[in-house]
Design a protein around this ligand. Sequence first.
Ligand SMILES: *[C@@H]1O[C@H](CO)[C@@H](O)[C@H](O)[C@H]1NC(C)=O
Ligand SMILES: *[C@@H]1O[C@H](CO)[C@@H](O)[C@H](O)[C@H]1NC(C)=O
Ligand SMILES: *[C@@H]1O[C@H](CO)[C@@H](O)[C@H](O)[C@H]1NC(C)=O
Ligand SMILES: *[C@@H]1O[C@H](CO)[C@@H](O)[C@H](O)[C@H]1NC(C)=O
Length: 392
Amino acid sequence: MFVNYFSHIIAYLLLIRTIGASPGAVYPRAPQPWTNFNDNPVFYPGQGYTSWRTLYARTLQLPDESILLSWEDYDNTVNEPYFPIYRSTDGGATFSNYSRVHDQVNGWGLAYQPFLYYVDSAFGGYEAGTILIAGASVPRNLSHAWIDLYASTDSGESWDFVSHIVYGPGPETVTNGNQAVWEPFLEIFKGQMVCHYSTQVDPAHAQKLSHKTSSDLVNWSEEVDDVAQPNYGDRPGMTTVAHIESTGKYIMTFEYCGGPITSGCPVYYKVADSPLEFGNVDPTPIVSNDSSKIIPNGSPYVIWTPHPDRSDGSGLIIANGNSAEQVFVNEDSADANGWKAVDVGQWSAYSRSLRIIQHDGQKKLLIANGGNIGCSGSCYNYVADGVVDIPT
Ligand SMILES: *[C@@H]1O[C@H](CO)[C@@H](O)[C@H](O)[C@H]1NC(C)=O
Ligand SMILES: *[C@@H]1O[C@H](CO)[C@@H](O)[C@H](O)[C@H]1NC(C)=O
Ligand SMILES: *[C@@H]1O[C@H](CO)[C@@H](O)[C@H](O)[C@H]1NC(C)=O
Ligand SMILES: *[C@@H]1O[C@H](CO)[C@@H](O)[C@H](O)[C@H]1NC(C)=O
């Protein structure tokens, strides 16, 4: 994780324009169900919320087309933080409070970086339709952390602890040398659940990106590195992964602080034959292929989708980063000169998430914003979403 002051200032200016200086003011009217819209506020935290109030929005669409939404939630009215689960049945136009994922084992709460995953065929003793959420459980004093896994077998109404995935002896801060763990990302690959994450535990790397696998969601493998740069001070972070179905390959995006592009934490990517083999691939930066040569900076997200206008099985890779409102669209080859910046009309955010949703057989891009790191006090984060046609 890193702090992007530039984009949080932009987000704040946009916030003032939208809802006035005080979030208690008049809320914009909700969009029509299952339409396209942008910058749609769906959850306002209370004034007393601590830290950044909200951050890191994550979504999931279920087969009944409902959409679940979670985020880092700095609720000041509880002893232990939890991951809120909000639910929309109108294509993200409105969300209502659905459930909460509480820490059931550590007594610390669930604080950072929730990630939602839908299990579409029976896995590790769990039936098809199980929903998983992984995230960091951290005591208030940040003295150490677990990335933990919870499951829901009732479409997100209730949640049970499944397993500890990876431990950070602490403290859980971004200071080099502090043994923190962050940012889980799950996917099933060939009968294995893969959990990618960022870790500061290895003394040879200020931070590196690694994964563990499990065939039962309980017993996790040894750590395997995805991005571990030789220079100690480099801080690759925030893995997201997509399967390029037409080629069978996998793409990961990550922010690369301290890398060859020395300013900020530019977004880089790797393409490999499997999500277990990124470690052997050299990182390439995302640079838009127009004359403006935009380099998105920080907290990326990547997805793949079949191309909306083709029937040959080819698709599009869609990525984004914190500093740019645009998404970056590429052909399945992920050519370094193929990243086309496309305006989607939606504020940037810290780890703005992307997801393809369906309604009546039509696919759209759902974008979810949880706000920005560094925004607190009179700067007011909240959760907003947007739905647009798949950008091509
Ligand atoms: C949201 O739902 C949870 C449990 O379902 C409940 O504990 C909580 O009080 C609700 N929050 C609000 C603001 O109504
Ligand atoms: C931090 O909090 C944990 C959990 O509440 C507690 O066990 C531990 O003693 C605390 N550590 C320090 C250094 O205060
Ligand atoms: C856990 O998995 C490892 C391999 O990943 C295996 O060697 C070990 O036997 C497993 N332990 C249990 C209790 O299943
Ligand atoms: C940018 O990449 C796209 C493919 O994603 C390609 O269609 C387009 O021609 C490229 N633009 C330039 C200026 O090279």
